[in-house]
Design a protein around this ligand. Structure first.
Ligand code: ADP
Length: 306
């Protein structure tokens, strides 16, 4: 079973010719209301990559507002167990995403209910189960959930995104010490190395190897169109190229990667096969607009890999 502990948002997306300056109003050419939040995105990606209902449980918080039931129903329709989604007094988390003609974006997020999310025992399974987390919910609760899951024998996968800039080096070291698999992009990799006082040299493989050795866990660095680099504590480093696709929008590629990778591991694939499936799923997401709206199902991933 895959347990996802993380954020749930509503994304208000506005497409416009140019961004408004201070004090200015600009008319949008198009607006969309989409379901997002890194936690919910990764849960949906995992459920679709698994291709069967009942393999993913979401632990998150929504507001006591009209968005809560809509999001809950949408996730349930994906075959996700939503009994771990709490309804709290704060509004559902929201993001306002402005996109201009040059492809530039500008994003404001109000954490809302996500800031109320709390880790509680014993919710995250045991041996053979996987707890997947990101950093859009309170840092201390992520750390607490990791401790609870570890004690129960569950494997902990942390996607260190968005990079927790304000955390102390000590808090970061404590958190990373509770993790079995760490997924980072280049920026988050640098942040983790710095927090642990590592001078990892000037190459990504060197940084990945140094971090894997220091924490004693599997490190996966996603490198956008360059693919991924995985390091193991024993010093082994593997790189996999991305799959070239006609890119329309890379939003959600990182979340799709994490969800599909978790699904591969939950299905008992080898780590390399799970990585390959995740690379394929992430590439497919880049071919469509949006995050959840673009995430592929198991058959599409299989077809790309065939
Ligand atoms: P994040 O959005 O979290 O920074 P990345 O940009 O590294 O994550 O993307 C995650 C994964 O998505 C990459 O490792 C790669 O497999 C895939 N991906 C990203 N951009 C592209 C692209 N342009 N073409 C094909 N695959 C891509």
């Amino acid at each position: 079973m895959i347990h996802v502990f993380g954020s749930i948002n509503v994304d208000f997306v506005f497409r416009m010719r140019r961004m408004p300056g201070p004090g200015e109003t600009v008319m949008a050419d198009e607006s969309l209301t989409l379901h997002g939040g890194k936690g919910a995105n990764q849960a949906v990606a995992a459920a679709r990559a698994l291709g069967r209902p009942g393999g993913v449980a979401m632990h998150g918080a929504v507001g006591d507002d009209p968005f809560g039931p809509v999001i809950r129903a949408a996730m349930e329709a994906e075959g996700i167990d939503v009994s771990g989604i709490r309804t709290v007094a704060d509004p559902t988390g929201r993001a306002v995403i402005l996109l201009d003609d040059t492809g530039e974006n500008s994003i404001t997020v109000a954490a809302g209910a996500n800031a109320r999310l709390q880790a509680d025992a014993p919710a995250y399974g045991g041996p053979g189960d996987l707890l997947v987390m990101q950093m859009e919910v309170p840092f201390d609760e992520v750390a607490k959930a990791a401790t609870i899951a570890r004690a129960a024998g569950c494997t902990v996968l942390l996607n260190l995104a968005p990079a927790p800039e304000g955390a102390s080096a000590e808090a970061m070291a404590d958190l990373l010490g509770q993790v079995d698999i760490l997924v980072v992009n280049e920026h988050e990799l640098a942040l983790a190395c710095t927090a642990l006082g590592l001078t990892a040299g000037d190459s990504i493989p060197a940084a990945v190897a140094a971090l894997a050795a220091r924490i004693g866990c599997r490190i996966i660095a996603t490198l956008g169109a360059e693919g991924v680099c995985r390091g193991l504590p024993g010093g082994d480093v593997l790189t996999l190229p991305a799959i070239p696709v006609d890119v329309v929008d890379t939003t959600g590629a990182g979340d799709t990667f994490v969800g599909a990778y978790a699904a591969g591991l939950a299905e008992g694939l080898s780590d390399e096969a799970a990585l390959q499936r995740a690379v394929a799923a992430a590439a497919l997401t880049c071919r469509k607009v949006g995050a959840q709206s673009a995430m592929p199902r198991a058959e599409e991933i299989d077809a790309l890999l065939a």
